[in-house]
Design a protein around this ligand. Structure first.
Ligand code: ANZ
Length: 817
């Protein structure tokens, strides 16, 4: 009867939901709390398929938690500082806020149309002064603890965006954002001391491993990059200070035939002799053009310059030459290495290029015809009068060498991390200003808390053009201030913060988004946090997750938070692709979310995204059928119109087979949602729909109370995935909205039990009967049933039962004599 008008249904329920606000999270609720979070969007245009996917998947869990009786916090806001808005402002002679807030309005409308289960009362934008006031405040807390500091060092520089980049933002030597090749520049910049937490950031990954994907955990592990090795001191001829190197292979010290210093480290300039100074200078010009990845690459010809000095290998007693080269990085380890060409391929290549000796200190296996041998094997050529490593494997030789070096005062065992401090200052406009005042007398002076936020000065259009220094510098009225300490003339810091700072704590702001007395309420953080499930993309596996983890630990140590980790579980969703390729403008294979929604409706698109694959996998839009999803939704909608029993009818006397399937489906769906197998939940719901249709058409009929029970279960199951259709069904079934808060139907355990199993009854070892019994039959009942069976009684005629062995529910063995 009637026709399912998808778009009219959407209109209708949006209005009802606006009124009911079913997903408003109540801080004072007595229910158990759950915090569900998706990575907040960046406002670049309208929503796309990626947003549709992540929110559809995430909604399954948030909505499920509501149905299970939790109080659920599922907030959303906008990560609204950043370069695209600034570039648009330059192009259009506008203000970045125009682009930003225009797109936010568009996206908000689209999210509401999409029916996400969000508490909209908590939304905020990171570019709102009410928000970045607290970003600045948190920066100052870290600054006070020595966790934010300034230093001068070579930094990654994007020549296109004209700003520095954190190491994490350089991908294969290119700017993560625009793809331009990244170069190095010497600059004074702000850093967060992430390295202070390197070990803890690594250790806590063990606890996260079960609820985070291996892929993400491993990416974080590699990024932190812990290695164990030693610092070894080499005496340099004509210099008082030793030249200290970091090595992970102190066992190979006998094979160190030369040394290499990073060409761009101050050390190189300091060590170089007058004769070689010019050569080093020329070489440096070349080096500055190279990206880090290129520099470390093994398959690149080795270049370098002799510094004109030698150092003493403490184990061989040989004087070995010292070079400067670009394959050693200035900011890793000590910026200098002992080169062991026999065991390290880059050193091997350098030795070949510069005609330097190779001494193997590990015996390669027989038949080895490679160059450097990096594997394990017995030590060779590794003995002098005081230490003999001969024959030891790498691990033993390492610890023996370290112990010796420590005894002799020549070195010490150390742990090293690849993780660098987080470079956070940017020379761009559209970010949170760094709340520091530079005073000629008092140095770095924090802006007093009661003067926060330091709001951005009004700049627009061409004012924002990248010029290598921050555009904020041009706002002289804004820059020139009086020092809060001495009252003398001073200047504001003109850099803004990396937008990753904004997103490192946003999950805390949702707890009390309108609080103008504090960044977040520690009580509420205790009540709601940490985030129970975080859903987002793999592209943030390193940057955002690591930075948020750092912030959480730092805030804990500041006494502001009592969690150790921000995200208890992390689900990384796959991408939506098309025809096997990432959607992109240049390939012309983009799929417009708006078009899909207009053609098939919200629910069909959501259902398609959830049903297509396990959430971690990519979805190829060419392989799925939103039309099929829509037809399915029409079928379930018709089911709800077919039910003729009254609401509240007891299902007790209903068709047992259908009842069993309903309860089994509800039971399994719960486990499936909890293990994030959302696509299977949909498949199981489809089975239930088919069985219900059959019961109506060719079985017990539409009046059977089991039919109502089944269709109501379908409505609740679909409320996780297709909220509009579920709501419409619920109304047609005679209920008040909202089905989203109807509650998960109670599962009757008795209906989960398999109907019966066959028990075999033996008398004197011979099978005499087979009984259909309940799977949970007691031993006593099974024995009684066996003894009462006619065939068994016949077999026992004239004998006495001596012993009955019962193995419920499968076997009864009767011994008689
Ligand atoms: C001698 C040696 C012999 C090394 C050998 C390796 C193999 P990870 O594991 O990444 O920490 N190294 C140290 N500082 C460096 C720098 N600033 N730039 C480039 N390379 C550097 O690697 C540590 C190893 O990388 C160190 O151990 C050092 O080379 C090199 F058979 O020392 B090794």
């Amino acid at each position: 009867t009637g026709r399912y008008d998808v778009h009219a249904t959407e209109q209708k329920w949006r209005a009802v939901w606006d009124e009911l606000d079913p997903f408003r999270a109540d801080d004072d609720s007595p229910r158990e709390k759950r915090y569900a979070l998706t990575m907040f969007p960046y406002p670049s245009g309208d929503l796309h398929m990626g947003h549709a996917e992540v929110t559809a998947l995430h909604d399954v869990v948030a909505r499920y938690w509501w149905q299970r009786g939790y109080e659920v916090l599922n907030p959303m806001g906008w990560d609204s500082f950043g370069l695209p808005a600034e570039n648009a402002a330059i192009r259009n002679d506008a203000h970045p806020a125009d682009y930003t807030y225009g797109n936010i309005a568009t996206q908000l409308e689209s999210f509401q149309r999409y029916g996400v289960a969000v508490d909209w009362s908590r939304r905020f934008n990171t570019s709102d002064p009410e928000y970045y006031r607290w970003t600045q405040w948190l920066f100052l807390q870290l600054h006070a603890k020595g966790l934010a500091y300034r230093k001068n060092s070579p930094v990654n520089w994007c020549p296109n965006d004209q700003t520095v980049l954190a190491n994490e933002q350089v991908v294969d030597g290119a700017c993560e954002r625009c793809g331009a090749e990244v170069t190095k520049r010497e600059l004074t910049q702000w850093y967060f001391r992430t390295t202070a937490y390197a070990q803890e950031l690594l250790d806590s990954l063990d606890d996260l491993q079960p609820t985070w994907s291996d892929k993400v955990v491993n990416a974080q592990r590699n990024w932190i990059g812990r290695s164990e090795g030693a610092h070894v001191d080499f005496v340099v001829e004509g210099r008082e200070e030793p030249l200290t190197v970091y090595t992970t292979r102190p066992d190979t010290l006998f094979g160190a035939t030369f040394m290499v210093v990073a060409a761009d480290a101050p050390l190189a300039a300091e060590l170089v002799t007058e004769e070689q100074a010019g050569a080093l200078e020329d070489y440096l010009v070349e080096v500055r053009k190279e990206s880090e990845i290129n520099r470390l690459s093994t398959d690149r010809p080795k270049t370098g310059v002799a510094l004109g000095r030698t150092a003493l290998n403490p184990l061989t007693g040989e004087q070995i030459p010292v070079y400067a080269a670009d394959y050693v990085l200035a900011d890793y380890g000590t910026g200098a290495i002992m080169a062991v060409p026999g065991q390290d391929q880059r050193d091997w290549d350098f030795a070949q290029a510069f005609d330097l000796p190779v001494v193997r200190t590990v015996q390669p296996p027989e038949g080895f015809d490679g160059e450097a041998f990096t594997g394990d094997g017995p030590a060779i050529n590794s003995a002098n009068d005081e230490i003999d490593l001969s024959g030891m494997g790498v691990a033993e030789a390492k610890s023996t060498a370290i112990a010796y070096l420590e005894r002799q005062g020549l070195g010490r065992g150390t742990v090293n991390f690849r993780l660098r401090d987080w470079l956070l200052s940017r020379q761009r406009y559209w970010g949170a200003p760094i709340p520091i005042i530079h005073c000629p007398t008092d140095g770095e002076v924090p802006v007093p808390a009661d003067q926060l936020p330091v709001e951005l000065p009004e700049l627009r259009g061409a004012d924002l053009k990248p010029k290598g220094t921050s555009p904020l510098g041009a706002a002289t009225d804004w820059v020139e201030v009086t020092c809060p300490t001495c009252g003398g003339p001073a200047t504001r810091d003109t850099d803004t913060m990396d937008t990753f700072v904004d997103s490192s704590w946003y999950f805390l702001r949702y707890l009390s988004p309108h609080d103008d007395t504090q960044a977040f309420d520690p009580e509420l953080a205790r009540a709601w946090g940490p985030v129970d499930l975080y859903v987002g993309g793999d592209e943030h596996a390193v940057l955002h997750l690591l930075y948020s983890r750092f912030f959480t630990k730092a805030l804990r140590d500041l006494g502001l938070l009592d969690w150790d980790e921000p995200f208890s579980a992390y689900l990384s969703q796959g991408k939506v692709i098309n025809n096997g390729r990432k959607m992109s403008k240049s390939l012309g294979n983009g799929v417009s979310l708006g078009d899909q929604l207009s053609e098939f409706g919200v629910d069909a698109v959501r259902l398609t995204l959830v049903f297509a694959s396990p959430p971690e996998d990519d979805i190829d839009w060419a392989d799925v059928s939103p039309g099929g999803s829509l037809r399915f939704l029409q079928r379930v909608w018709r089911l709800s119109g077919d039910v003729t029993s009254a609401p509240g009818t007891s299902p007790a006397d209903g068709d047992v087979a259908l009842r069993r399937l309903t309860h089994r489906t509800l039971h399994d769906a719960a486990t499936l949602v909890e293990s994030h197998r959302f696509n299977v939940v949909v498949a199981r719901t489809m089975e239930l729909v088919n069985a219900t249709r059959k019961t109506i058409d060719t079985g017990a009929g539409p009046a059977d109370p089991a039919v109502r029970e089944a269709v109501e279960a379908v409505a609740v199951l679909l409320s996780l995935v297709a909220p509009y259709t579920a709501e419409e069904m619920w109304e047609r079934l005679g209920h008040q909205p909202s089905v989203a808060r109807a509650g998960w139907p109670e599962v009757d355990e008795a209906l989960l039990v398999e109907e019966s199993v066959t028990a075999v009854v033996q008398v004197q070892g011979k099978v005499r009967a087979r009984l259909e019994v309940a799977p949970d039959v007691s031993e006593a009942d099974l024995e009684a049933a066996a003894l009462a069976d006619e065939a068994v009684q016949r077999a026992l005629e004239g004998r006495t039962v001596r012993k009955v062995i019962v193995r419920a529910p499968k076997l009864v063995n009767i011994v008689a004599g």
